[in-house]
Structures are given as C-alpha cells and as structure tokens.
Design a protein around this ligand. Structure first.
Ligand code: SDX
Length: 427
C-alpha cells in the first residue's frame, strides 16, 4: 500500500501522508487539509477521527482485544494488582518492587484532604448524585493545591499525580459517607490501596472493619478492568480540557462529568435500574427488548452496544465470570444476575442486536458485583471513575509531555448569511 492518500476535490487532486501505528492501524494525516484545500472534515461523534497518537492502550473492536501498554487485559486482571497497573499506565512500564513501594508511599503522604473541603461537602443535599459531588470536590482540590495547576515539568506532574491518587479515594469514601450520614474518615498507612478504599467506604464509627479478601480481590479486578480505554468520551474530555493547560484536577473533574452520562459510565447504574424494572415487571425481558428496538422509544438496552467493540467487550467476559465467582464466594444469590443472563441470551439471538453487533459491554455485569459488595447503585459510576483515574492521568500526562496543541475543532456553519441589523424595536 502506498504511503499517501489522494483526495480529489473538483479538478484538483491532493496528497496526504498516511500514518501507520504499531498495530498496523492506518490514519490519513490531514494536518494541512484546510490550508491546501480550503475544506474541513465533518465526523459526528468522531467515529472515524483520531484525536491523537497514543502509546497507552490498544483495543481492537472487531477482535475484542484490549491491552494496556502491550499487556493483555485478561493477564493483568488475573495476575496484577490495581496500583501496579496504575503505575504501568501512567509511567509506561511495570514497576519494580522498590518503584511501587515509593509510588505508594508518596501516595499515602498525600492521602489527606484539607478539612475545609468538608465544608463544601456539607453544602450538598444528601440526595445529591455522587458523581456531581465528586466532580465538584475534585475541581475544588485545585483551590487547596494551587501548585498543581499548570504543571510543565515531569517532577511537578508526578507531585500532582500522587496528590490525586491519594486524595481521590478519600473523596470517594466521603461522598458515600455523606449520603449515609456517617462521619468522614481516613484510611491507614498499614493498609494497601484497595484495602484503604474498602475500609474508608465501609468502616462503621463504632466497630473495627474486617477486610474480606474476596471483596479486596473483586474490587482490585474491577478497578483494573476499568483503568483505561483509549480515547473514550471521558478520556477525550480530560485530554481536551488538559490541552488548555487547565491543570490535572480540573481536567479530571471534567472527565468525571463526562463519565456520568448514561450512554457512558453512567450505564452501570442504568443497567441495574433496568434489571430491577424487569424484575418488578415479573421478569418480562421481551417487553424491554421490544422497547430497545422501538425507534419511537428512547429506551436502549443499557449495558449493550459499544462505539468500538463490534464483538464481545473482553472486560464483560471477565466480569461475567467474576460475578458468578464473587456471588458464590460471598454466599449471595441475586435473581438480578439470572435476569441479566436471560436478557443477554435473548439479545445475542435477536436479529436486531445481531445485525448491529450489539454485545454486552463492561457496564452490563459490573453493577451486579458492586451490589453484592454492598455498594449503593448511585455509587456504581463513582467506582468506575475510581478505576479510570490512572487511565485519565496517563492520557493527560502523555498529552502534556508531548506538548500537544490546544484542542479546537472546526465546524461547518449552517446558519443565516449576512443580514443587516434592523431592530424589531428600534427602527
Ligand atoms: C462505556 O467508548 C468507550 O470506550 C466507553 C467505555 C469505556 O471503557 O470508556 O467502554 C465505557 O461507555 C460503555 C458503553 C456504556 N453505554 C451503554 O451501555 C448505553 C447503551 N449503549 C448505547 O447507548 C450505545 O451502544 C453506545 C452509546 C454505547 C454506542 O453508540 P454508538 O456507537 O453511537 O452507536 P449508535 O448509537 O449509532 O447505534 C447504532 C445502532 C442504532 O440503530 P440504527 O439507527 O442503526 O437502527 O445500534 C442501535 C442504535 O439505535 N443501538 C442500540 C443500542 N446501542 C446501539 N439499540 C438498542 N440498545 C442499545 N444499547
């Protein structure tokens, strides 16, 4: 294949270089398109448009492949732990034991939040959605850590990174405890990263919290599976906000807001609500399948379909297997899991879903495990954010280190042509 693309507009033919990735993906480099042709491209939802070149995550939607820095998600979920994967995503290589211990020690040094942040948390009503609270508190961290704003050096980036890796789990736990009317707490230097998350979330003020290895392993695996996913909606948001040099915390706050949407990370909450509705309807999955296919009905089968995966989401396979194991290990039997499996079976045999290559995605089964762990449904997307944090950080860091330009797309204008102002009131 030649290393150029030819484009004909009218009588003129233009040539643009082709870029090939390490997995043989091909891109047309149109950096000079408008200057040479006067034309721009249009691509709603960016289904065909690459925003960057990245070395962090590779996924192949047709083959159902997902790798972080070249390592297969199946192997990482099985053999690695979340903090190790976070280090891999952010810095590009698996850490030595010494590097991981220093990383975690630096994170623990920062796992304290200015007490004045509690005043912001107090101002929220108890029924505020945790994603809105978390996005606000994450942005507020900038006010308490001004040195972490427009950081340019790797050293300053590292300081900002360990700050948010330390403080974010505290904010997550406080967001939950505020809703539950529980006192705000801290973890311990004696505990691991995931152990601290569970302890801060579930510790009762009048009792020791007993860590359950099944819960630790299940959460560790779920966080790994959610850790990064190349240029998805929320990651693209983090990158474009970061491209204005708004700083890491502000960029993450924007990413949390993007993840909140039910078409994105908010789907894990929407899946449970859908399954509960089906259960309340006597398990009538056919009614919801019909709604999902009805073009006049905005309802979609939550947890199904994906912008990139036109095959099984490899994460869904792993989570589905883990759901069976975790519920059995915890001695939980949840009829919702049976409804989910029934719905999956029906959808995978339904021509509408087969024709559109709609398979279960990462959000379809994850909520079943979160629920078995005692996590309230409104916190499900917060748990997604907790997992995605290192991926967002890694993508922000790559964009900043590569000194990428500010993101500023073009448009095709379709409004009025020039018209003189003759005010309706002031003639
Ligand atoms: C995540 O991008 C990522 O990587 C995201 C993510 C990550 O890790 O960051 O993987 C996490 O967000 C997973 C997706 C979670 N969202 C949901 O489960 C919500 C339900 N899914 C859909 O809303 C939808 O599938 C999207 C948003 C995920 C993808 O939508 P696209 O790529 O824009 O596809 P589309 O809307 O153009 O749909 C193509 C066709 C349409 O029908 P036709 O117009 O061709 O007749 O498929 C239909 C859609 O109506 N369709 C669905 C459907 N998803 C797509 N019909 C019913 N139920 C669905 N779930």
């Amino acid at each position: 294949m030649s290393d150029i693309a030819k484009l004909q507009i009218g009588e003129s033919t233009y040539e643009f270089p082709l870029i090939k990735g390490t997995e043989n993906e091909t891109a047309i480099d149109i950096k000079t398109l408008r200057d040479t042709t006067g034309a721009v491209t249009i691509d709603p939802g960016f289904k065909n448009t690459g925003s960057c070149q990245s070395a962090i995550t590779f996924l192949d939607g047709e083959k159902g492949i997902l790798r972080y820095r070249g390592y297969a998600i199946e192997e990482l979920a099985e053999k690695a732990d979340f903090l190790e994967v976070a280090y891999l995503l952010i810095f590009g290589e698996l850490p030595t034991e010494e590097q991981l211990n220093k990383f975690y020690s630096d994170i623990l040094d920062q796992a304290i939040v200015d007490d004045d942040v509690k005043k912001i948390l107090d101002a929220f009503p108890k029924n505020a959605h945790p994603m809105g609270v978390l996005s606000s508190l994450t942005s507020a961290l900038t006010a308490f850590n001004p040195s972490s704003v427009n950081v340019d050096s790797e050293e300053d980036m590292y300081k900002a990174i360990v700050k948010i890796m330390g403080k974010f789990p505290v904010l997550v736990a406080w967001t939950l405890r505020k809703k539950q009317g529980l006192p705000l707490n801290y973890g311990s230097r004696k505990l691991g990263y995931v152990e601290n998350i569970l302890t801060m979330m579930f510790q009762k003020p009048n009792d020791e919290y007993e860590l359950n290895p099944i819960m630790i392993n299940a959460l560790d695996k779920l966080l790994i599976l959610h850790a990064d996913h190349e240029q998805n909606c929320s990651t693209s948001t983090v990158r474009i906000v970061g491209s204005s040099h708004a700083g890491l915390f502000a960029s993450l706050s924007a990413g949390i807001s993007a993840l909140w949407g039910p078409l994105h990370g908010g789907a894990n909450q929407a899946v449970l609500e859908m399954l509960e509705a089906i259960k309340a309807d006597g398990g009538d999955t056919k009614k919801y399948m019909a709604k999902a296919k009805d073009k006049n009905d905005p309802f979609r089968l939550m947890g199904f379909g994906h912008r990139v995966y036109k095959n099984f989401d490899p994460r869904a396979r792993i989570i589905k297997k883990a759901a069976d194991e975790v519920l059995a290990d915890l001695g939980v039997s949840d009829p919702i899991l049976d409804i989910a499996k029934g719905l999956e079976r029906e959808a995978l045999e339904d021509q509408y879903f087969v024709d559109r290559k709609l398979y279960p995605n990462v959000d379809f089964y994850s909520g079943i495990i979160y629920r078995a762990m005692g996590i309230p449904v409104e916190m499900f997307t917060v748990m997604f954010a907790l997992g995605r944090l290192p991926g967002w950080i890694a993508q922000w860091r790559e964009m900043r280190l590569r000194k990428e330009p500010i993101g500023r797309p073009r448009q095709v204008y379709t409004g009025y042509n020039y018209r003189p102002f003759v005010g309706k009131i002031n003639k």
